[in-house]
Design a protein around this ligand. Sequence first.
Ligand code: SAM
Ligand code: SF4
Length: 337
Amino acid sequence: MGTALTDHFGRTATDLRLSLTDRCDLRCTYCMPAEGLPWLPRPDMLTDEEIIRLVRVAVTRLGIREVRLTGGEPLIRPGIVGIVARLAALRPRPVISVTTNAVSLERLAAPLAEAGLDRVNVSLDTLDPDTFKTLTRRDKHARVLAGIEAAVLAGLLPVKINTVLMRGVNDHEAPALLRWCLERGYELRFIEQMPLDAQHGWDRAVMVSAAEILDWLSRAFVLEPEGEAVRGAAPAETWLVNGGPAASGGGRVGVIASVTRPFCAACDRTRLTADGQVRTCLFAREETDLRGLLRSGADDEEVAAVWRVAMLGKKAAAGIGEPGFVQPGRPMSAIGG
Ligand code: SAM
Ligand code: SF4
């Protein structure tokens, strides 16, 4: 068996999505119910020490080159700055990024950048404070905007913005969001809504599709596809807007069409939940326990071997919406989005 995280379909995982917590300070309607979820009991969660050890195994023995911290909301994990500093001290040093709702980013952007954070992806679905309140069930739009500005000041560039459009809620905002991002040098990516909400409320017939988004955008901007060479293993298909970054008023926009144009064949990801379970895919129905292995005294090579075997079970495709598709038992916030 080789050393890399290779599956039966010849894909190699080099990108680790690491969930720091399943908790969150927002309640986005497409993600969580208003009352929250039964959170993981603290003793079940990986400690900071266990997280660093697992990532060390991943970068030294399994070929992981990039670590994205997510959740739940990763910035509400108390030790996040220390975790980033310790990840940045690993050799080979992984590229470290965070996906966040930015509610706490104003306070944390500078310390995180100093600790070694390389990049930040901020989720922002609307420019309107009232719509934000409807979508996230919290009145924190201003804090998110302040968090994004703090990320820019801290040099966490380019800031990427992730947007999920919900029909009849914020779908009319697609061109305005793109214009807002272009004016500020942020890279916007629209994400098709996926069946990963705890409430199982997803409906393909209602979901806003990539084709619709592109149609709306192309009425307001000149879009030019960048093609496969640029996409690589990245899930976003990208378009140059109004001539691209060099031209004034231009830039780039991405669409992550997990439902209508899945990118499973190029997937380079492995995932670790906040309670130490390896998942081969967001939509996997199986998990492999590394926390129990660590706590029973396994050495690094044993942990690496179990992780490699887990990846061999990765399915060819997620098959969202196909006959027989079953939504995974855990929602996105508990898996790590
Ligand atoms: N709390 C952080 C945030 O919102 O950025 C990180 C975790 S969140 C689960 C990661 C990303 O998943 C966010 O951009 C969010 O919009 C997206 N997301 C959550 N539920 C989704 C769903 N059902 N379909 C598509 N994207 C979803
Ligand atoms: Fe929280 Fe992110 Fe889910 Fe929104 S999408 S409820 S911010 S975990």
